[in-house]
Design a protein around this ligand. Structure first.
Ligand SMILES: Cc1cc2nc3c(=O)[nH]c(=O)nc-3n(C[C@H](O)[C@H](O)[C@H](O)COP(=O)(O)OP(=O)(O)OC[C@H]3O[C@@H](n4cnc5c(N)ncnc54)[C@H](O)[C@@H]3O)c2cc1C
Length: 388
């Protein structure tokens, strides 16, 4: 195993009242972000005898905005790492139901999947990382440059950083945002109800509308996760704010309205802006491994983001164990090549699904050739690495 030498503490960021420390020596990777990507890397590194440090801004695990659909590939990877999701109370998902233009079609999934909240998953992964020997510290990192992370509490210096801050960019390492009509995410989690349980059952539902889609799945205890990904222009068409948008989508899609029910206005709506769907990090500097959404952002319609996150964390750990900080550029190139096929396929599916004609085609295809839809769903998955 390669072990990089620590370089001690870096210059304090201006304007923060920070803890005074003699030195922050971090010889093994400093992993920024304890989401699926960061935790997967921490587990693999710690089990191989390294001493990774996981840094996250949240002491309490929240319930991050996500569709909550865990693909069979995500489940297989977690299983291989000894993170067993079977006991977490998720709901089995075995078919895909597509809605568009007031009609529906359904098709079996290639393999069983799971509806599980990110709270349950992230808690399990953090627990597994710490049990494996990773250290967890809490700090909000404001910027990253030359191996120095400027935190709210203190500065951290490492010879090797695993950047796994997910949907949130860190100053100095932001991903480019070039879309003229950027993608937004919105999530509302509704309590269990017999109506929704009967309607949704063991399906992952995609309700397609012009400019976006809503993904609906049941999770622990029968609660219902409704997650929309849409263009900014569709938000404007729908009234410009989350509540008006949900009401607007419901007014035009009766199946969606049935699932939303009448109790949704009591639930919190979360949003995220400018998701750089399709972006892939092709290169990186020595000592900076990019993981998860910081490595590749697959359109969420595919439900494969968590799988990509876990795959990148595991692969980065393997490269670091072999080549240390020097392995980062080769890892990034290899991971980009691995992520490219599913990301491209998901981009094509998303582009089609957002248009009137494309959503009509998706419906027809599901009705006449479920096998082809199943094949397309498989093509949106990240390949298993020979070492997985
Ligand atoms: C609308 C939408 C729906 C989606 N639905 C699905 C789905 O159904 N299935 C699926 O597989 N994928 C889905 N995804 C994708 C999935 O959510 C991501 O790909 C996945 O969360 C990436 O994991 P990660 O570990 O890279 O990042 P994250 O899960 O974002 O974790 C990042 C971690 O870093 C921490 N962090 C961030 N910034 C800082 C900071 N400055 N300082 C300290 N800590 C920090 C955060 O607290 C967090 O714990 C969806 C994405 C969107 C946008």
């Amino acid at each position: 195993m390669a072990r990089a030498a620590g370089r001690g503490r870096c210059r304090k960021g201006a304007g923060h009242q920070k803890i005074s420390v003699q030195a922050v020596r971090i010889p093994d990777p400093l992993i920024l972000g304890a989401g699926p990507a960061g935790c997967a890397a921490a587990i693999e590194l710690a089990r191989a005898g390294a001493e990774p440090l996981l840094l996250d801004r949240n002491e309490e695990v929240g319930d991050p905005l996500c569709g909550g659909f865990m693909s069979w590939r995500t489940l297989a990877q977690l299983d291989a790492m000894g993170v067993h999701t079977g006991s977490l109370g998720g709901q089995k998902v075995d078919h895909l139901r597509i809605f568009a233009h007031g009609r529906e079609a359904h098709t079996p999934l290639p393999q069983p999947a799971l509806g599980l909240s990110r709270h349950a998953l992230d808690c399990a992964m953090r627990k597994a990382a710490v049990a494996s020997g990773a250290r967890l510290e809490i700090d909000t990192i404001r910027s990253l440059s030359d191996g120095c992370l400027h935190g709210q509490e203190r500065d951290w210096q490492a010879d090797c950083v695993f950047l796994a801050s997910g949907k949130h960019d860190i100053r100095g390492q932001a991903r480019p945002r070039t879309a003229s009509d950027p993608a937004l995410g919105l999530r509302i989690r509704l309590p269990a109800s017999t109506e929704r349980t009967a309607l949704i059952g063991s399906a992952i539902e995609l309700h397609l509308f012009t400019g976006g889609y809503a993904g609906i799945v049941l999770q622990e205890g029968g609660s219902c996760n409704i997650c929309l990904a849409l263009r900014k222009s569709a938000l404007a068409d729908g009234g410009g704010d989350p509540v008006s948008l949900l009401a607007w989508v419901a007014s035009r899609n009766r199946h969606f309205a049935q699932r939303l029910g009448n109790d949704w206005k009591n639930s919190r709506i979360e949003t995220i802006g400018a998701v750089p769907y399709g972006w892939i990090a092709q290169e990186t500097a020595t000592g900076l491994y990019r993981l998860g959404d910081q490595a590749a952002v697959i359109p969420s319609l595919a439900g494969e983001g968590m799988s990509i996150a876990v795959a990148s964390g595991r692969m980065a750990a393997r490269y670091w164990l072999r080549d240390g900080a020097d392995g980062a550029p080769a890892y990034q190139r290899a991971f980009a090549a691995r992520a490219y096929p599913p990301v491209q396929m998901a981009k094509a599916v998303r582009t089609l699904g957002e248009t009137w004609l494309g959503s009509e085609a998706a419906l027809m295809l599901s009705a006449i050739s479920p096998a082809l839809v199943s094949h397309l769903a498989e093509r949106c998955r990240i390949s298993m690495d020979s070492a997985d």
